[in-house]
Design a protein around this ligand. Structure first.
Ligand code: MN
Length: 290
């Protein structure tokens, strides 16, 4: 059974633009060595937003060297980027954006949602790219709720949605650059689940809400990040109350991480190049009118 390496509940919160009140549970400057290929996780909300005509969010900004994965639980997120891609995603949907060599994008609350107002909750992950793919062309996958397989867990314990990777015979729709498992788990109260995981892969849980006992040892109450030992292949969870969990798993890249704000590369030189490319407009073409 996998051992718990670390559980974290107390984290700083800050606003990303004026739309995303986030709690940062890890970043590439902190804990990234335990979480490869994952670089960062921001948990936005849950928060009730009053109806508004304003555009809430963050305007055009760059990324290079990784992917941003946005999972919406409540509300809507609207996106546009320098490749011409764009769209609005809602509850259960996922946006998987490959910044790679460079992208400019904007992230706002969906227009209709903003007008209506209501509860907003999402997670954004940054997923690192292998060195060999950091300068690939950028891309965008819109993964709608109906494209994500959902499997029932044994004994009525709950359900598991496979966003990326596989569980049993079910495969997630996301195309990834390294072996990655990203699962959205819902556990009923007083339930148990025994998950089989690849040996020596990164394994971590983000408990959004509820209370669970992990590996018969540590009890955590959400929101909490729990990092597990890569050794071992079994993860045993017991829920006290109903629980909502995002499971993060993947094969560690074992490559150097050098980051500066929205750029995450392998060397200082590549960071200097990214800053220069952004300044001279070759990282991505500006598309926003302001
Ligand atoms: Mn962004």
């Amino acid at each position: 059974m996998k051992k718990v390496l670390l559980a974290r509940t107390e984290v700083d919160s800050h606003w990303v633009g004026d739309g995303f009140p986030v709690r940062n549970f890890f970043s590439y400057t902190d804990l990234a060595e335990h979480l490869s290929p994952f670089l960062l996780m921001d948990y936005a909300g849950p928060r009730d937003f009053p109806p508004t005509e304003k555009r809430l969010g963050v305007g055009e900004h760059p990324h290079r060297g990784f992917e941003t994965v946005t999972i919406v639980y409540s509300g809507e997120v609207e996106h546009r980027d320098s490749t011409g891609a764009g769209g609005t995603i809602g509850p259960g949907d996922v946006q998987w954006m490959t910044a790679a060599s460079g992208i400019l994008h904007e992230e706002f609350h969906g227009r209709e949602f903003a007008k209506r107002g209501g509860d907003f909750e999402m997670i954004q992950l940054w997923v690192n790219l292998p060195k060999a793919h950091k300068m690939d062309p950028p891309g965008y996958q819109e993964i709608q709720r109906r494209m994500i397989p959902e499997v029932e867990l044994p004994h009525g314990a709950g359900s598991l949605r496979i966003i990326a990777g596989s569980h049993g015979d079910a495969k997630g729709p996301a195309r990834t650059f390294s072996p990655t498992n990203l699962w959205d788990l819902t556990l009923n109260a007083k339930s148990t689940v025994d998950l089989e995981l690849p040996e020596n892969h990164t394994a971590a849980l983000f408990l959004m809400r509820g209370a669970i006992k992990v590996s018969k040892s540590e009890t955590i109450t959400g929101p909490a990040l729990c990092i597990l030992d890569p050794a071992g292949t079994r993860l045993f969870l017991e829920s006290d109350s109903a629980a909502k969990i995002l499971f993060l798993g993947g094969k560690p890249l074992n490559e150097p991480i050098v980051g500066y704000g929205p750029f995450v590369m392998n060397t200082e030189e590549e960071i200097r190049t990214a800053i220069r490319d952004f300044r001279n407009g070759t990282l991505g073409k500006t598309f926003s009118s302001g």
